[in-house]
Structures are given as structure tokens and as C-alpha cells.
Write a new protein. Structure first.
Lengths: 545, 340
């Protein structure tokens, strides 16, 4: 426990505190008056308002699009369901800049809609909203669908036997059981869209700006640190509130529900209604999730003879000091280091949190671990630069700075994936091993590790994909001669010209393939552990909140 | 003494679950702790195993205080209530686990596993997956696993708890024979008196974290120490009484008591076998409310006509009266026990 606490204190709390202090502290002391000044500024008020309403609209749209899919995945059985589940998860781990460029390719200038009907949406808020749905579809499908699949259908049947109509039975029995999961998923979507950076940066143009984008602008373009600090605090408060409510809904979800094996609750679709629903869900997934990625890939192939890809190997464009393709190698190295750190820190934290005798304080740390997901990554990135610049921790010149920042975002996913599995390991199995003569270390190696190995690998894959796509913090601390993939994509997109645009599409495609492969390989190819038959151990909870 | 508990106390959430328990187990002895759920039986085993720290008191093994000795260094075995076999290992892997932890070489280990599986009646099962085992087979594997490292003390937590009745009765006999043959020292806990009496050299009855009675199965069965023990053993004919020289005043009238019974105001137990049914105009007049077939006899439930608590009589099959019949009852001093 000490190591994770120290890690988050040094690499998260301190940089954030340092940058807030830099913004709000002068020789004369703290200037809390700035908070009121900034918040009442009309421009900032506009940003706050836009951030909130676009997050609400994104959340509503995501629920609307994904709840039918949650039902379909939970209750219907059809060929290719497992593959489709994995496909739905891919966008969630994709880097925001890839999603941004995919929607640019679909909706932007010269995009598919532009060519077909002359419609452009890239300067409207619709592009942002659709990209947010694209991202968070999996959060709702997996969180709500995961629970839905485990609800005992006999509960609804019991209500039917007592005289309830199908709709009443659903409304009175299933919906109340599902409500906490829907609330948890909605809060998570709200959190992700409220703090959205990459998507809005690419699709928002000069018109639309979230708090996170504004923090970036104030920090790197206007150099108004006090405004950035105030905005960081505002976002921090909002995120803290969202996480507190989320923790509450999760606790409610975990209590007093009778769960069954999901394998027994799904049926083949029957009747026109269920077939229509299935078709509708498949069409939504095709249009909303698969099409943008398809268009992205096609646009990257526009130049004859893979021209955009070949251009990546040269420095001719003048955008970079090194050939953009080097960014692939750089990114992989950084992501591998970040994954190692995230798995170590996240794994230790999850192990400490899973202990049955964990006190209130430790359990509170559970919610705190989610904070890096919501607190401004830009702040963390910039905070790294100003806080870790003097001995004993002068890391400004060190390559480790980027993996450290990425691990900060990856660790919460490791905890979320590992914790349910570790909690499901029966404590008496460990005791049985101890009584047979196993020391605590051997107990961990002989009992815990075999049971959580699969979850550990899935968590590692998740952390890897997230680290690979991390943009907000990396954009600050990656050195210009060594950009990561998302940073390179963003820089290419910010330059005019078809070649730059095409190269951005090509790099995004590479990034997407690497991310998708990392996740799919780990999720699909690993043999299902034999243990899943013994107690409904939640082995595959990736992306559930 | 192999195992000694001295004033062992365990508190969970401020409440004493084990309250000043003293208990000795000699080498080669089979001791069964009997008690209702929540009486602290399992906690007793966990305290001896080192899985549950003591609030006060001592646990001694071979005369050495075990305070500060972690579970994996105590050299005792514990078979868990629901077996807790390692799901990711096969039968052989489970049985060999303790041997591996003690650094036994591979060849020796394989030989020991084969021998142990033979011993528990599962020869050649080493490669089978534990998920595919029946309840009885799991129980045997768990036993083999616990025996493998040759613990100086083997502890069993509800060893036969989840098995069906006929299997349980067969396994009790097998266990008893096995422990006798191996000379194993055993401390078992159960809530089933039949199991305890069949398995144990000595029975310890627990109540609310304290020891209510300790003795051979016969002693406990014949002379329950108090009303709690009597009722826990299934005796319901317990009434308050004022005991005199040769007789006691009870709600059922004046009842004879054995010579040398303690005097004064005490609860009194009448075994069903000590309630004789006589002609309706003799003794205590009762109405038969129900009959329950018990295999070797019929339990006849009686309601005294003049009020007072109901009572139960054991009756031969052919003599049992119908429900609703009017009968008289007489009492047999040999089957009456004045409780403490």
C-alpha cells in the first residue's frame, strides 16, 4: 500500500498542487479572489456552460444508443456475439486523436458525407457528440449489459406469476435492479465527456472548447497560469463530486442482488420485435462504431501506392525532426514502460484494497484512484514540468517522465480490472494454503496468481492501450524530437496540406491497429481459466464501471 | 499434552466469540467439539491454526506457546468446512501441495500422493479435475490433502457437513477406522451429535464461546451437564423441579429421582424411554397429540390433561396409541436426570 500511495502523492498530487500554487500564489500569499474573478468572466462562463451541456447531451445520446445494445448482449444469443462484444470495446481503448481523425474523415471537409451529400458537420457540435457516443458506447453496453446478463430471469417470471404484465414486470423488477448500473455507467460517460480533450481539440475548431481544452489554451497559448489553475480546481471539484456519486451507486449495485451465471440467461431471438431490435443494434454499431474507423483506413489509403504510409518514413514534410514512423517505436517503448509501472502500482493497490480487513481509509483510496481519470491531464503534464525539476527528483530530461504520466492514467484501469477478481478469490483458499505450510509470499504465488493471471494480462493490455493513446499529459512532456503517436497525429493535423492530412490518417490507422490488436489478443486468445466454472469468478470485466 | 488452550479468548467486533476456553488434547486422541452454529467452534479451530489471533490466553502445541508463530509454521492440518480445494489444480496437485511447501522431492511426493489417494479410497484419481468431483470425493481429496504433510494435529471443520445422510454415516465409520489405524490426533468440530458421538473419544459441548461440558460420548449422553446440553442433544422433556430425597416436585406431579441426585431447585430431564404409557386411569392423565415414526421406535407426543408442559414418550411400534387417545403416564427413575 505504501508504494501506490507514494506514487500517487509524488506523481499526481504534488504536480497538481504545484501548478495550482503557481497559478494562485503570489509573494503576498494566496489569491483566492481569482477564483470568483475567473468563474464570472463571460468567456469562461461560456466554456463552463458548453462543457456541462455537451457532456449531458453526450451522456443522453450514449444511453439512448447503447441501452438497447445492452439488452441485446445480455438477453439474446446470436452467432458472432463474442466477436461483436470485442469490436464494441475497441473504440473505448482507442486514442482520442484517432477517434478525432476518424470523425474528421467521416464528417469533415472532403469527408464521406461531404462527398455524398455535401454535408459537413466538423464545425458543428454534432461531430463532438457523435465522437463521444463512439467512445463511450462500450462503457454502457458492458456495465449495464454485464449486470443485466446476471440478473435472474426467474425474478421477472415470479412477478408475471403474481399477475404483472411483461412491461410492468420489467418496470417493477428489472429496472430497479438495473438502475444503479445505469447510473454508474451514465456518471462514467459524463465524467469522460466532461473532461474530454483530444476529441474537442480536433473536432471543436475555434468555436467549441471544454474546460480541459481551455486549460490547455490558457497554459500553452495565453500563458495565463492563474486562470488555468482556477479551471483546474473547478474541474477537480466537479470530478470529485461525480466520483463520489459514482462510488455510492457502485456500492448500491453490489448489495442485495441475486446474480446468476450469464450463460444461462441468454436466449435465441424470437418474434419480429426481438429480430428488429437485434437488426437495429447491429446497424447502430455498423454506422456509429465501424464506419468511422473504416473511413479512416480508406482515407489513409487515398494516395497511390500507400503513399501516405511511405511518406511517414521521411522527414520531408518538415513537421518533425525525425521520420514520423519513429513515433511508432517511441510510443511502443513508452507504453511498455508505462504498462509495467501501471501494473505494478495498480496491482499493489488492488491487492491492498481487496484485503477483507481493509479499513475505511484504504477503501476510500479506491475512489481516489479514479481521480487521475478525471483530473486535467494537461495540468498533470504541465505540473510534471514545474514540480519534478529539481533534485532529488529532476526528471525533466529523463525519458521516464512520459511513461510515468501515462501510467497514472493506466493504473486506475488496472485497479478496476483486478479488484473484482481479487475480491472474488475466497480468502479461505489462502488460509488452506497457509495451513498446508505456504508462507505469505508462496500463498500469493500459488493461490492468487494462478487465479488472477488472466485478469492481470487483460489489465496489462488495457493499460498498454490507454498509455499508447494518452494525449493530454504527453503533449506537454514528450520531447519535440521524440513525439509519441498521438502527439504526432495531432501535430500533422494542425498543419495544412493533403500530405500532412493523409499522413495523420495513416498514423492514426497504425495506432488504431496496434491498440486493437493489443486488446483483442489478450482478451480473445488467452485460454479461459478453468476456475470460471467454480464460482462465477468475474474474469472478463474489462471496461465495466 | 499435544494441544493445550489456556483461557483462550477471541473477540470479533468487541464481542467475545471464544470466551476463556481451556482445552487439552492428548496424543492419538480424537476430540469432537459439538455446538450449535455461532457457538465459536470454528473460531476455536482457526485460533489453534493461527488464522485468528487471540485477544488473550495461550495456545500451546507440545508445550510451546504459539503466540507469534504464523499459520504456515505451526505444523497443524485443517480441513475446511467446504473443503477449499484449489480449483486450478487437479486432485494430485491438491494433495501434493503441502508436500511441495515442505520441500519434499518430486518422486517421493508422487509416491506419497498415490498412497494417500489409495488410503482415502480414490486410487488413480491424481489426474482428475477437482471441479468434476462429487461432494463425497471432494471430501476425500480434502482429507488426503490435509493428511499429506503429516500434521501433528489434524483439525476438521464440519468434515461431513454438506454430504447426504447415508454417505455421512458410512464416512464417519471410515474416518474413525482411518484415524485409529494412523494414530492421528484429531480435533473436529460439528453441529451433528450423531457424527460427534460416532467419531470421538471425547466430546466437548460449546455454548456462546464457552465450554458447557466435556466427557466421553457415553458420559455426555447419559448425564448432560445442564438444560442447554440436554436440549441440544435433542431431549425436550425438561421441566423445572424442586428435588427432595427420593422424589421431585414438577409440573407433571411427583417424579422419582435416582439416589444421590443433587437437591434443590433444578431443571429435571426425563428421557422419552423413561415415560411409560399405562392405563388411562393411572398416573398422569394425557392426550396423545401426534405420533412420529423414528425407525426403531415411535415418539408419542403427549399433552397433560391438567395443563403443564407437553412431553414425549418412546414407545414400541406395536404398542403406540393413536392420536387423540387418552392415556396415563408413569415415570422411571433410571431414565430421569437432575441437571446442574
Amino acid at each position: 500500500m505504501a508504494l501506490p500511495v507514494a506514487f500517487f502523492a509524488v506523481f499526481f498530487a504534488w504536480p497538481v498542487a504545484a501548478i495550482v500554487a503557481r497559478g494562485l500564489k503570489t509573494d503576498g500569499g494566496w489569491r483566492f479572489g481569482r477564483i470568483a474573478d475567473v468563474v464570472t468572466e463571460p468567456d469562461i462562463g461560456h466554456v463552463l456552460w458548453f462543457t456541462t451541456w455537451q457532456a449531458l447531451a453526450s451522456t443522453a445520446l450514449t444511453l439512448l444508443a447503447a441501452l438497447p445494445a445492452a439488452y441485446v448482449f445480455a438477453r439474446l444469443d446470436f452467432p458472432g456475439k463474442q466477436v461483436l462484444r470485442a469490436v464494441v470495446t475497441v473504440p473505448f481503448v482507442l486514442p482520442t486523436v484517432v477517434a478525432g481523425s476518424a470523425f474528421l474523415a467521416l464528417l469533415g471537409r472532403g469527408g464521406l458525407l461531404d462527398q455524398l451529400w455535401g454535408v459537413r458537420l466538423d464545425t458543428t457540435v454534432w461531430a463532438i457528440l457523435l465522437a463521444h457516443v463512439f467512445f463511450n458506447y462500450a462503457v454502457v453496453v458492458r456495465t449495464v449489459g454485464g449486470l443485466w446478463a446476471q440478473l435472474d430471469p426467474q425474478q421477472e417470471q415470479a412477478a408475471r406469476m403474481l399477475g404483472a404484465s411483461p412491461l410492468t414486470a420489467w418496470r417493477r423488477v428489472t429496472l430497479p435492479a438495473l438502475a444503479p448500473a445505469v447510473a454508474a455507467a451514465a456518471l462514467m460517460v459524463f465524467l469522460f465527456t466532461f473532461t474530454s480533450f483530444g476529441v474537442v481539440q480536433i473536432l471543436g475548431g475555434p468555436t467549441f472548447s471544454t474546460v480541459e481544452v481551455e486549460i490547455y489554451r490558457q497554459t500553452s497559448e495565453v500563458f495565463d497560469l492563474s486562470t488555468a489553475a482556477v479551471l483546474t480546481l473547478v474541474q477537480f471539484a466537479a470530478v470529485g463530486l461525480i466520483l463520489a456519486v459514482h462510488a455510492w451507486t457502485v456500492r448500491r449495485r453490489e448489495t442485495a442482488l441475486r446474480l446468476v451465471d450469464p450463460a444461462v440467461t441468454a436466449r435465441r431471438p424470437c418474434g419480429a420485435g426481438q429480430w428488429a431490435l437485434l437488426a437495429g443494434v447491429l446497424a447502430t454499431i455498423g454506422l456509429l462504431l465501424v464506419l468511422p474507423l473504416g473511413v479512416l483506413v480508406r482515407r489513409s489509403l487515398d494516395a497511390p501506392g500507400l503513399g501516405y504510409y511511405r511518406a511517414l518514413a521521411h522527414t520531408d514534410g518538415g513537421t518533425f525532426l525525425v521520420a514520423p514512423v519513429h513515433a511508432v517505436w517511441t510510443s511502443l517503448q513508452y507504453a511498455a514502460a508505462a504498462t509495467a509501472i501501471a501494473v505494478l502500482i495498480g496491482g499493489l493497490a488492488a491487492a491492498a484494497l481487496a484485503r477483507r480487513d481493509a479499513g475505511r481509509l484504504v477503501r476510500g483510496f479506491d475512489a481516489l484512484l479514479m481521480l487521475p481519470l478525471g483530473v486535467s491531464a494537461v495540468t498533470v503534464g504541465f505540473g510534471f514540468l514545474i514540480a519534478l525539476d529539481r533534485p532529488p527528483l529532476d526528471l525533466r530530461q529523463s525519458w521516464i517522465l512520459v511513461p510515468l504520466a501515462q501510467a497514472l492514467v493506466g493504473a486506475p484501469f488496472v485497479v478496476r480490472t483486478m479488484l473484482p477478481v481479487l475480491r472474488a478469490v475466497d480468502g479461505r483458499l489462502r488460509e488452506a494454503a497457509a495451513v498446508l505450510g505456504a508462507s505469505p509470499w508462496r500463498v500469493w504465488r500459488e493461490v492468487d496468481l494462478p487465479l488472477v493471471r488472466r485478469a492481470l494480462l487483460v489489465a496489462a493490455g488495457f493499460a498498454f492501450a490507454v498509455s499508447l493513446g494518452e494525449f493530454g499529459a504527453t503533449v506537454f512532456i514528450a520531447r519535440p524530437d521524440n513525439p509519441t503517436l498521438p502527439v504526432a497525429v495531432a501535430r500533422l493535423l494542425s498543419r495544412p496540406g493533403d500530405l500532412n492530412y493523409g499522413q495523420a490518417m495513416a498514423l492514426s490507422t497504425i495506432l488504431m491497429v496496434v491498440c486493437a490488436v493489443a486488446l483483442l489478443v489478450l482478451e480473445r486468445l488467452l485460454p479461459q481459466s478453468r476456475t470460471s466454472s467454480t464460482g462465477g469468478t468475474p474474469m472478463d470485466r474489462t471496461g465495466e464501471f | 499434552m499435544l494441544l493445550s488452550l489456556e483461557e483462550a479468548t477471541v473477540r470479533l467486533g468487541g464481542r467475545p466469540v471464544l470466551d476463556g476456553v481451556g482445552l487439552d488434547v492428548a496424543e492419538h486422541e480424537v476430540v469432537c467439539v459439538l455446538g450449535p452454529s455461532g457457538s465459536g467452534k470454528s473460531t476455536l479451530l482457526r485460533a489453534v491454526a493461527g488464522l485468528q489471533p487471540l485477544a488473550s490466553g495461550r495456545v500451546l502445541l507440545d508445550g510451546r506457546d504459539q503466540a507469534g508463530v504464523p499459520a504456515h509454521r505451526r505444523g497443524v492440518g485443517l480441513m475446511f468446512q467446504d473443503h477449499q480445494l484449489f480449483p486450478q489444480r487437479d486432485v494430485g496437485g491438491n494433495v501434493a501441495f503441502g508436500l511441495r511447501m515442505h520441500g519434499v522431492a518430486r518422486g517421493e511426493r508422487d509416491a506419497a500422493v498415490a498412497q494417500l489417494l489409495e488410503l482415502v479410497g480414490l486410487p488413480g484419481a491424481a489426474r482428475r479435475a477437482v471441479a468434476g468431483l462429487s461432494g463425497g470425493e471432494q471430501q476425500r481429496v480434502a482429507l488426503a490433502r490435509a493428511l499429506a504433510p503429516r500434521p501433528r494435529l489434524l483439525m476438521l471443520d464440519e468434515p461431513l457437513g454438506q454430504l447426504d445422510r447415508s454417505l455421512r454415516e458410512r464416512l464417519v465409520v471410515e474416518l474413525r477406522e482411518l484415524f485409529g489405524r494412523l494414530g492421528t490426533t484429531v480435533l473436529a468440530v460439528t453441529h451433528d451429535q450423531g457424527e460427534a458421538f460416532a467419531l470421538a473419544d471425547r466430546v466437548v459441548v460449546m455454548r456462546d464461546g464457552r465450554i458447557a461440558q466435556s466427557g466421553t460420548p457415553l458420559e455426555v449422553w447419559q448425564r448432560p451437564a445442564d438444560e442447554f446440553v440436554a436440549r441440544f442433544l435433542g431431549f425436550d422433556n425438561v421441566v423445572p423441579a424442586t428435588v427432595g430425597d427420593t422424589a421431585a416436585d414438577t409440573p407433571w406431579g411427583k417424579l422419582p429421582v435416582p439416589d444421590g441426585s443433587p437437591r434443590g431447585s433444578r431443571p429435571l430431564l426425563v428421557r422419552p424411554a423413561g415415560v411409560r404409557l399405562v392405563a388411562a386411569d393411572e398416573g398422569l392423565p394425557c392426550t396423545v397429540t401426534a405420533r412420529t415414526f423414528r425407525g426403531t421406535h415411535v415418539a408419542v407426543h403427549l399433552r397433560p390433561r391438567d395443563g403443564g408442559p407437553r412431553l414425549e414418550a418412546a414407545c414400541a411400534l406395536r404398542d403406540a396409541p393413536e392420536a387423540g387417545a387418552e392415556v396415563g403416564t408413569a415415570f422411571d427413575a433410571a431414565e430421569i436426570v437432575v441437571l446442574g
